[in-house]
Design a protein around this ligand. Structure first.
Ligand code: ZN
Length: 232
């Protein structure tokens, strides 16, 4: 059972960066909530906790201590950047880090950036290292993400709820990939009885079968069930 610790950047008395009618603490709350819901809905084999469920005030050391005390396997701290730049960047500690930490950064960075790019062009500010307390004081692989800038043209995306949701889900998928979490079995959809009248011809490729006989057999079965089929 893998243990995942989420950190919603800032909170309570500390709003984090504020601009364009947005507060960093509210955005990090939303992104992490979306991530946690997505993990719960799609994967098994894990437990997850979060540094703050609501708008509590926490020091950086408290955040790291809680993850350490629980024995988390992975720690992800979610933030929004400020300083009038553009784009996405991720951080690991700039001291000694394990290869696992680098692997976590690689998979998260790739997953989040690819997802953000479905909303338009996004600047990749790179995989970085810094002496951040939550990264320095946590004992497990830990990554901090800076998800666009609150005080630049990026704010337009940060006001888009669909964007926050997708970015949260990308965090979740990255962690799931890193930990190799099993996906939940999807409930089988009821089998719609498609009639051949839709005019669709089923093309059975011989190459997909070990020998032609198997392909011929499938074509026969399709025909018996009323589906036009042919070998290609
Ligand atoms: Zn922050």
């Amino acid at each position: 059972m893998s243990k995942i610790y989420w950190d919603k950047g800032h909170g309570g008395d500390d709003p984090g960066a504020v601009a364009n009618g947005l507060q960093e603490k509210n955005l990090t709350h939303k992104i992490v909530e979306y991530a946690m819901v997505y993990l719960e809905a799609n994967y098994t084999g894990f437990e997850q906790r979060v540094t703050r469920t609501g708008d509590q005030t926490l020091t950086l050391s408290q955040r790291a201590d809680m993850a350490n005390a629980w024995g988390a396997d992975v720690f992800v701290s979610v933030h929004i950047n400020a300083g009038k730049g553009n784009g996405f960047e991720s951080y690991v500690y700039n001291g000694g880090v394990s290869s696992q930490t680098i692997a976590l950064q690689n998979v998260l960075h790739g997953e989040i950036l690819a997802t953000m790019k479905t909303f338009g062009s996004i600047t990749d500010r790179g995989k970085k290292r810094a002496n951040y307390a939550v990264l320095r004081e946590t004992k497990m692989p830990a990554v901090l993400t800076e998800n666009l800038f609150i005080d630049s043209s990026d704010a337009k995306l940060l006001k888009n709820e669909e964007f926050l949701k997708d970015v949260g889900e990308a965090h979740a998928r990255g962690i799931a990939k890193f930990l190799g979490l099993p996906q939940k079995a999807k409930t089988a959809p009821s089998q719609p009885q498609q009639k051949s009248s839709d005019g669709k011809l089923y093309r059975v490729q011989v190459g997909a079968f070990s020998d032609r006989k198997n392909a011929e057999q499938l074509v026969e079965e399709l025909k018996q069930n009323g589906y036009p089929a042919t070998i290609v």
